[in-house]
Design a protein around this ligand. Sequence first.
Ligand code: SME
Length: 164
Amino acid sequence: MSVFRSIIMAEDLCISNGSKAEKYQTLLPQIKSLIEGENDLIANLANISAALKETFGFFWVGFYLVKGEELVLGPFQGPIACTRIRKGRGVCGTAWAKAEMLVVPDVDAFPGHIACNSLSRSEIVVPLIRENGEVWGVLDIDSESLNTFDETDARFLGEICSWL
Ligand code: SME
């Protein structure tokens, strides 16, 4: 095998064809090894977005980063999205303001939900929190189906975000 081929293969993502929990269990160590040798934040957020999108086929996966009083769009995978969200606005801005994870089974039932794309039906937002409790960004994942996200997503996505 050539050196070039082995380098390419090192970047291939292995995806379990089992349950959602098994998919996450296969994915998490790969994400950990992708990011632990790299200290560039944008590179790591980009690869995490891509790995989640590739594993689960979610409609939209991405990060918003706190800049002043707004969340600004960061690395993502999926259709174009809103670039700025004010604190306390929408699901993302609410997760920031409350510093807590939000699982939204039906976005139409969430007061103030920001519809970046009309196809989005359910959503999970995980805040990225510093040791001092300050929120510095959020991970946002959108689905085209209702009720996509549950305790399993909350647990594994929370763990991924705790590594950042
Ligand atoms: N729906 C989000 C906005 C971001 S997009 O879904 C990518 C919200 O209500 O905060």
